[in-house]
Ligand binder design. Structure first.
Ligand SMILES: *Cc1c(COP(=O)(O)O)cnc(C)c1O
Length: 498
């Protein structure tokens, strides 16, 4: 019952990857009846562009393929297997209802080039999602085109610049960003040709109006703010911050990645925000991770509406159409409509919860983060004395004397079956472990996570070497991170060509 490639065991190295056998195949295609004319690809594309074999391509049966992908999916930790407390990423459970709706035949077979008369359904859906995001943001208009939060930031910066150019502010090229910001914020500003001005947050982790006033000036284009910020703290001065920026002639951009702490309770539009992005793949439970499709709609006040990317969905009576006639638009930012599959899932999520349900999402997300913080407070370092919003930040301060680090703690948590938290971010907190439980975890699940983190803190005292060598129970053990970064292996190559 042994031998290479025969074991059914999940963690058996011999079943690793290469299961190809010459001549094995997954499908048997019946030969076409002689009456069906055959297409000759060589006649169409030329012999040099047509190959009849792919060298080294694996030969496998259907069930080899099914077992292969099922097995490697189990080498991973995902939201469908356990809590995934990756701070800032809002890894909530994605309801299967969303998948059912996105898989409806009418959506699946939609062609991106179909004319508006044939695509009334998806245009109505896009319009309904825009209206929902307008309501949630308290702003006036939405574009659904951007494919991720980072692209939403880029679009937002382009809109702000277009606005300034049209209002005699072409020399406004500075974007003010707090030191707690996600790395995409300065990257998007720089990519838009702007100068990044970093501003330090105050002792309680928030940005003070005084610190902001010290850096604004005639070149100020915008403030890029995350609220609650990446420490999970609400920027309680937000209206004063907006006043400082507006008085200096700038605009306020909100990084909306943390909308899971505001949804249905507070509106960015009421806080003085002029433009923001949503991460549908975070807040609105569409699957993410692994670089899968995202969606980063941008909401704006009317003053930025003339510059929105084209096309815009227009509703006229009970009909919808894509409007391309937008003379001041910054142009198209995504092919066709945007990532439509994410719109469908997000609208299914919003409609299934309703306004009250969305407010409860926020309340539970905040309660869960505070519950975890209180359970873990005496076992880990934390800068957070008061209440947090939807995420909390611990540190490895108490483990340092045992030479156990944040990275070791994250790796050891995998042995307990949980995905690690976000580590070493935000950069302003040394050895940060940023935990975002989300509202979808039950009390049992939160207690399981807290018990594991407490057990690891104990183990760091009694057997630090074991923590430092973790993970012990995962398929892939501790990886050489330098080699992984310097010599990444990003695609499969046939073994004989390695
Ligand atoms: C995730 C995130 C982003 C970037 O969003 P993507 O969709 O990953 O491009 C920006 N800011 C914050 C605070 C985030 O958490």
């Amino acid at each position: 019952m042994s031998g290479p490639g025969r074991s059914g065991l999940l963690f058996d190295e011999s079943t690793l990857f290469e299961r190809s056998r010459p001549g094995r195949t997954g499908v048997q295609v019946e030969p076409l009846p002689a009456s069906v004319p055959l297409i000759d690809p060589q006649a169409i594309w030329g012999a040099e562009h047509v190959r009849d074999d792919i060298e080294g391509f694996p030969e496998l049966s259907e069930f080899d393929v099914v077992r292969h992908f099922t097995r490697i999916s189990q080498w991973n930790l995902g939201i469908d297997s356990a809590a995934y407390p990756l701070g800032s990423c809002t890894m909530k459970y994605n309801p299967k209802l969303n998948e059912v709706v996105a898989a409806l035949a009418g959506f699946q077979s939609l062609h991106p080039l179909a004319p508006d008369e044939a695509t009334q359904g998806i245009l109505a859906l896009g319009h309904a999602l825009e209206q929902a995001l307008i309501e949630i943001s308290g702003l006036d208009r939405v574009t659904l085109q951007p494919a991720a939060g980072a692209q939403g930031e880029f679009v937002g910066m382009q809109l702000v610049q277009a606005y300034h150019r049209a209002h005699g502010g072409a020399s406004r090229n500075e974007v003010i960003i707090p030191d707690t910001a996600h790395g995409t914020n300065p990257a998007s500003a720089a990519l838009s040709g702007m100068q990044v001005v970093e501003v330090k947050s105050g002792p309680d982790g928030t940005l003070t109006p005084e610190a902001l006033a010290a850096v604004v000036g005639p070149r100020t284009s915008a403030l890029m703010l995350t609220n609650p910020n990446t420490l999970g703290i609400f920027e309680h001065h937000v209206q004063d911050l907006a006043n400082v920026i507006h008085e200096a002639g700038g605009l306020v951009y909100l990084d909306g990645a943390n909308m899971n702490a505001l949804l249905g309770v507070a509106k960015p539009g009421d806080m003085g925000v002029d433009v923001m992005h949503f991460n549908l793949h975070k807040t609105f439970s569409t699957p993410h991770g692994g670089g899968g499709p995202g969606s980063g709609p941008v909401a704006v006040r009317n003053l930025l509406a003339p510059y929105l990317p084209t096309p815009i969905i227009r509703k006229e009576g009970d009909r919808y159409r894509l409007d391309h006639e937008f003379p001041h638009s910054i142009g198209r930012v995504h092919a066709f409509y945007g990532n439509v599959g994410m719109w469908i899932r997000a609208l299914a999520y919003i409609r299934s919860l309703g306004g009250t349900g969305l407010g409860e999402v926020t309340q539970m997300a905040v309660l869960n983060a505070n519950y975890l913080l209180e359970r873990l407070r005496e076992h880990y370092g934390t800068a957070q004395t008061g209440r947090v919003m939807h995420e909390c930040v611990l540190t490895d301060k108490l483990q340092q004397e045992h030479h156990v680090s944040t990275a070791d703690i994250g790796k050891r948590l995998m042995d307990h079956g949980f995905h690690p938290p976000t580590i070493y971010f935000p950069l302003v907190i040394a050895g940060a472990l940023m935990i975002e439980p989300t509202e979808t975890e039950s009390l049992d699940s939160l207690d399981g996570l807290a018990d594991s983190l407490i057990a690891i803190a104990q183990e760091a005292k009694t057997d630090p070497e074991h923590v430092r060598a973790a993970p012990h129970r995962t398929f892939v053990r501790r990886v050489d991170e330098v080699r992984a970064a310097r010599k990444p292996k990003l695609r499969w190559t046939p073994p004989e060509r390695e």
